[in-house]
Write a protein that binds this ligand. Structure first.
Ligand code: ADP
Length: 591
């Protein structure tokens, strides 16, 4: 692309070149003609002077040719010009350079013809002389005798000097012309640059704006329309910059909202390609870098793909609960909405996925809990009813039976009572209606107390409880003593319950700096590996028949787990069948 300044400059230059050329040619020609005219006039004057001084007008030319020749001879040396005299027939009478007898008739020479034949006052011609061999200027004047043209006198001068003068003139003219051209070229470039500089700047700023560089401005000074244009372009740039800033800010806000949504969002275009997704969608799908890919390559769930395809076809919003199995099993509330254009065609889709796995799980747990509670209550109630009816049917009259049945009724009532207490405790903990009553707890005392509480049970089974803590080193923590004790009693009771007679139990306390660790260990029946994960669930028992017989409710560990969570601690268990079980509890010292 040729630059504007170059175009303007070259136009200037060509214009000046043509003008200067024409002026030069014209003035050259003019000077040449003027010079020749002057020379002609000068020669004419000289010729007339010569006519008078030589007295040629008063003598018969043909008869006095020798005398005239003689008269002309001295002029040969003195004058640079050639003088020729002819009679009215064109015969050469005298010649200052040549012998007239050797010269042919000159009647046909244009300058003589004009004077002798055409009767002109003066005859002028320019030609290359046959005799002398170079360009000559010939000026002839008539010799008038008694009113008639008797002949003519011609003065000829070499045009060599004229031509050299004209050549010098041309030379000078070309020199001036050349210098003027160089100056004009420089001035043209300067002027063109000056004119185009603001235009150039406007072009640069416009290009910057097109390339999204909205901070670009025109700073150069200009005037007239260019100044107005510069101001307009600057205003345009300013408004674009503000608008872009607003657009960017809005888009950042929108991105932040979409990115931080707890639902997965995906935008799909009409070519079924993923245009945009948020962080949650990556998490749900377990994939990164999915933008630009077709959705069916990314979404491996048949149900979800079907839902999208259906929405594309029906152009209707669809919502469904879908379970996906990759990257992990999840229950999703999926909704697909079409983005419709003015003509009703689908330009894209918005897919929203909400993870409702937890909600569904909780719902299941709740209904399971209700079923479990009913079932657990039913067993003792059925037993109570059965034994009471048997007694009423007559068994009460047998004292031994009466006592046995009443004992069973009492045991079952106790179990029912425990069950109800546990259920109430658990539901209270779960509902978080009773927050921890934080106090300073002497862990050593509290452990001592717990061992004392279960010691009767242990003695019955001849189980020894080892106390593994330094009695001289008291550990104080911020917690709720009663609930901490409940944890320990639950664990110790279980240990006693699931350890055969004469077994061994130990209770250990460790100081871990910011935390304490409580370890309850037994050498009892242990828990099978497959059940380990589930023992903290409500009503979960490893062996239902046996534990129920032992009076367990299946809620003890569930209560322990909830309490430990409440205390922001951790619990874990290791166990081996027939070797023993160990529970580890870590609790922070400070709250
Ligand atoms: P339960 O009232 O039946 O004891 P828990 O919630 O306290 O209910 O315990 C759940 C199950 O975990 C028990 O049924 C039992 O099978 C098992 N379990 C708990 N503690 C021990 C232990 N120390 N040794 C072996 N099994 C245990």
């Amino acid at each position: 692309m040729k630059k504007l300044w170059f175009k303007i400059g070259i136009s200037f230059f060509i214009l000046f070149f043509i003008t200067m050329g024409l002026v030069g040619l014209f003035s050259g020609e003019l000077m040449k003609t003027t010079y020749l005219d002057m020379k002609e006039n000068q020669l004419e004057d000289e010729a007339r002077v010569l006519l008078h001084t030589t007295n040629i007008e008063n003598v018969n030319l043909d008869q006095n040719s020798a005398q005239i020749q003689e008269q002309l001879s001295p002029l040969t040396e003195e004058v640079d010009a050639r003088i020729t005299i002819v009679d009215n027939k064109g015969h050469v009478i005298a010649d200052s350079k040549e012998d007239p007898t050797t010269l042919e008739n000159h009647a046909n020479r244009p300058e003589f013809k004009e004077v002798l034949q055409d009767g002109q006052d003066v005859g002028i011609a320019t030609r290359k002389s046959d005799t002398l061999g170079y360009s000559m200027l010939y000026v002839a004047v008539p010799i008038v005798q008694n009113g008639d043209v008797a002949g003519a006198l011609r003065i000829a001068v070499s045009l060599e000097s004229v031509e050299s003068a004209i050549n010098t003139l041309w030379g000078n003219l070309f020199l001036i012309f050349g210098i003027a051209l160089i100056l004009i070229a420089l001035i043209s470039i300067f002027i063109a640059r000056k004119i185009t500089k603001p235009v150039q700047e406007i072009i640069e700023v416009s290009t910057d704006l097109a390339n999204h560089e909205y901070s670009s401005r025109i700073y150069g000074k200009s005037s007239g329309e260019l100044q107005e244009l510069s101001i307009s372009v600057n205003k345009l740039a300013e408004s674009l910059e503000t608008q872009m800033f607003e657009i960017r800010e809005n888009s950042q806000r929108l991105t932040a909202i979409v990115e931080n949504l707890v639902s997965g969002v995906m935008l799909i275009n009409h070519d079924k390609e993923i245009v945009m997704t948020n962080r949650m969608m990556y998490r749900i799908l377990g994939k990164q870098e999915i933008t630009g890919k077709p959705f069916y390559e990314v979404i491996k769930s048949y149900g979800l793909s079907e839902l999208i395809e259906e929405t594309l076809q029906t152009k209707q919003m669809k919502q469904e609960e879908i379970t996906i199995y990759f990257p992990k099993e999840m229950i999703l509330d999926a909704s697909v909405s079409p983005i419709l254009m003015e003509d009703g065609e689908v330009s894209g889709l918005v897919l929203l996925l909400h993870d409702i796995t937890q909600i569904r799980h909780l719902e299941n747990v709740r209904s399971e809990f209700v079923a479990n509670v009913s079932h657990e209550l039913k067993t003792p109630v059925t037993a109570l009813k059965g034994f009471a009816e048997t007694l009423l049917d007559g068994a009460m009259y047998d004292e031994a039976l009466l006592k046995q049945f009443l004992t069973i009724i009492k045991d079952e009532s106790d179990r029912l009572h425990r069950l109800i207490l546990d259920i109430l405790a658990l539901s209270r903990i779960e509902q978080k209606t009773l927050p921890l009553q934080i106090e300073e707890v002497n862990v050593n005392d509290m452990m001592e107390q717990s061992v004392k509480t279960v010691s009767e049970l242990a003695t019955l089974k001849e189980i020894s409880i080892q106390k593994k803590w330094d009695e001289n080193k008291t550990i104080l923590i911020e917690n709720e003593g009663d609930r901490l004790q409940q944890i320990l009693i639950n664990l110790l009771s279980n240990a006693i319950q699931y350890t055969p007679a004469k077994g061994e139990i130990s209770l250990q306390l460790e100081d871990l700096g910011d935390e304490i660790q409580l370890i309850v260990k037994d050498n009892g029946i242990g828990i099978p590996a497959k059940d380990l994960e589930r023992i903290f669930e409500r009503f979960y028992r490893v062996d239902k028949a046996r534990t129920r017989h032992s009076g367990g409710t299946g809620l003890g560990l569930s209560i322990v787990k909830h309490l430990v969570d409440m205390m922001e601690g951790t619990i874990h268990v290791t166990s081996q069948e027939n070797i023993g079980t160990t529970f580890y509890i870590r609790l922070p010292k400070h709250r």
